[in-house]
Ligand binder design. Structure first.
Ligand code: ATP
Ligand code: MG
Length: 261
């Protein structure tokens, strides 16, 4: 995989796919992670594998809402950690907010692996230069990002069984939650609790995309890079957001791209 030429038009997609394959072999992901990724790839193909202008607006809105939040949290699953872990940590450092590992098929082994992977990434990131435009002590901002989730002492009301488990310090008390790649049921339960739920989902027709407060219809690694840029820029207040409008724009792009094939 290391020898895909830079000129290959779908290099980024092939590298992401390989990362998911490798992380599955290493026990970081449940087998179903590959299926979820494949569905994402299909929608990304239809969207032209680039961030649309309307997705950029959604990312700006998400940045503004996370900045304005009283108790924000970023909830990550395995795919998000593997594909965008570094930029998610950088965003959390800029926002001074915790990250919660919250996975659909919760096992102690995967929770431990994802948790220690993020802690290791934090150490590496704390030694790098601060991202462009950010001022302050980057090393201590990164190292003070709390990684929650190992202790499942909170509950998401409205869900049953292991899927209701969360961190009391994270999702349970948060007012604004960024949950890339969330499942529809959980997204609905969180919205019903009165929380703002900000999601990243390439499928504009999923229940998650439809239920969320703000949906970024974009690939998580591209979206996380822009989210970092906009969070640092911090030049916008939350707006009155029309989420259905943004989903329709994504569907328009898919329809337009489908006609040219
Ligand atoms: P829902 O539960 O919302 O009705 P679903 O059950 O069809 O949706 P899941 O399997 O719960 O879907 O989650 C996978 C979702 O994540 C898909 O909608 C897919 O498009 C999206 N997805 C997968 N990989 C990525 C990625 N890299 N970036 C953004 N979205 C992704
Ligand atoms: Mg689902």
């Amino acid at each position: 995989m290391g020898n895909i030429p830079d000129s290959h038009p779908r290099k980024a997609s092939l590298l992401s796919r390989q990362r998911i394959v490798d992380a599955t072999k290493d026990g970081f992901l449940a087998d179903s992670a590959m299926i979820a990724h494949g569905r994402g790839e299909a929608f990304d193909y239809l969207l032209g594998e680039k961030t649309s202008d309307s997705a950029k607006l959604a990312i700006k809105e998400v940045a503004a809402r996370l900045i304005a939040a009283k108790k924000p949290v970023i909830s990550v699953n395995g795919n998000t950690v593997v594909l965008a872990g570094k930029n998610i940590i950088r965003v959390a450092a800029v926002l001074n907010c915790p990250i919660e590992v919250n996975i659909y098929y919760r096992t102690e082994d995967r929770m431990e692996k994802l948790n220690s992977f993020l802690e290791k990434q934090k150490e590496l990131l704390s030694q790098e230069n601060s991202p462009e435009g950010w001022k302050g002590d980057w090393s201590s901002a990164v190292m003070s990002v709390k990684i929650l989730g190992k202790v499942g002492d909170g509950r998401i009301e409205g869900l049953d069984g292991p899927r209701s488990v969360c961190s009391a310090e994270g999702i349970e008390r948060a007012d604004v939650i960024l949950v890339p790649l969330e499942d529809g049921d959980r997204c609905e339960a969180l919205v019903n609790l009165g929380k703002q739920v900000l999601v990243v989902d390439l499928n504009p027709l999923s229940r998650t995309a439809k239920m969320a407060t703000v949906t970024i219809v974009d690939e998580i690694s591209r979206a996380a890079e822009l989210l970092l840029e906009y969070t640092i820029k911090n030049d916008q207040m939350p707006t009155k957001w029309n989420n259905n409008g943004i989903l329709n724009e994504a569907l328009e792009i898919i329809a337009k791209n489908s006609r040219t094939i």
